[in-house]
Design a protein around this ligand. Structure first.
Ligand code: IPM
Ligand code: MG
Length: 356
């Protein structure tokens, strides 16, 4: 089983190192190869997604990804910015289905910014379409007017678009995921204003007819945002486009106490996947040894389950994470009084020990 390990920037290197440590003690025949991506690749090779990195990712069974980005690259031409690396990987590998679970661990109920009774037992799954929408609409890639920003002019634009097949395939993913959980899908759109999302709503409704055992409802994105904060446990599976999914998944993540806890999976039609924490590169705390590695460690568990067909190993990692939380170990992002504050490495070591 071949894994491309792409730590990236900021806290990416620290948290991925802990996940690799955990993978190494499972006793599985895993072949891991590391490559540069994001700002780190730009520094070394002048491009955030060098060809060698892309080839390695495409030829692997799965990609374990850290994070990319740093404010110091904000002035670069857009095609050279670190974020283009993850967008390029999603596009080139066809990783259209992004799973972002938001689960509130019982041990962390107090870390949420919402009242404990609103989040206790929370278990929702956001499914974000990842290769369409305004992220990839024209005029992406035009040199003369990079991404709609005409240098020296006071106008800029991006184009929102979806095609029927793109919506159909993500809708099937959402209904099938719901069949394995609470059997409810909420499709989030903005059909009251945008044509793109009227098509979205129509197609999701049509696909839903093939899944009579799953209840489907539709919500406008503004209302969905409100409901997510008001009564998050009402949701089961939420399916939405690239842009709304980006925003809603950060909001959902925070309900659970910390975005530092949440893994994610991005899958293509061949079940090849890219696994990354839901959080970013956090340059403000990079190199300090305080980042929470659990989201990345849990992403490695998702990788074992979805792309490498090792559900038992995945469950072992998840149980080990549960165990270290029960021991009261906390990185600063999830720390509360009466618990034990630990750093990135200590947290990784604790998971390794719990596995043994
Ligand atoms: C995410 C991130 C990315 C996105 C950025 C880094 C391009 O915010 O994975 O949610 O917007 O998709
Ligand atoms: Mg995001």
């Amino acid at each position: 089983m071949k894994i491309a390990v792409l730590p990236g920037d900021g806290i990416g290197t620290e948290i991925v190192a802990e996940a690799v440590k955990v993978l190494n003690v499972l006793g599985l025949p895993l072949e891991m190869e590391t490559a540069l991506v994001g700002g780190a690749a730009f520094e070394a090779h002048g491009h955030p997604l060098p060809d060698a990195t892309l080839q390695l990712a495409m030829q692997s069974d799965a990609v374990l990804f850290g994070a990319v980005g740093d404010w110091k690259y904000d002035k670069l031409d857009r095609p050279l910015r670190p974020e283009q690396a993850i967008l390029g990987l999603r596009k080139h590998m066809g990783l259209f289905a992004n799973f972002r679970p938001a689960i509130c661990y019982a041990q962390l109920t107090d870390a949420s910014s919402l009242k404990p009774e609103l989040v206790a037992g929370l278990d929702i799954l956001i499914i974000r379409e990842l290769t369409g929408d305004i992220y990839f609409g024209q005029p992406r890639g035009r040199r003369i007017a990079t991404d709609g920003h005409f240098p020296g002019s006071e106008e800029a634009f991006d184009t929102m678009r979806y095609s029927r097949p793109e919506i159909e395939r993500i809708a099937h993913v959402a209904f099938q995921a719901a069949q394995k959980r609470g059997k409810r899908v909420t499709s989030v759109d903005k059909a009251n204003v945008l044509e793109t999302f009227q098509l979205w709503k129509d197609v999701v409704t049509e696909v839903g007819l093939q899944y009579p055992d799953v209840a489907l409802d539709h919500m406008y994105v503004d209302n969905a945002t409100m409901q997510l904060v008001k009564a998050p446990k009402k949701f089961d599976v939420v399916v939405t486009g690239n842009m709304f999914g980006d925003i809603l998944s950060d909001a959902a993540a925070m309900l659970t106490g910390s975005i530092g806890m949440l893994p994610s999976a991005s899958l293509n039609a061949k079940n090849q996947g890219l696994y990354e924490p839901s959080h970013g590169s956090a340059p403000d705390i990079a190199g300090k040894g305080v980042a929470n590695p659990l989201a990345t460690i849990l992403s490695a568990a998702m990788m074992l389950r979805f792309s490498l067909n090792q559900p038992e190993a995945a469950a072992r990692i998840e149980a080990a994470v549960d165990n270290v939380l029960s021991q009261g170990l906390r990185t600063p992002d999830i720390y509360s009084e009466g618990t034990t504050k630990v750093g990135t490495r200590e947290m990784g070591d604790a998971v390794v020990k719990a596995l043994a």
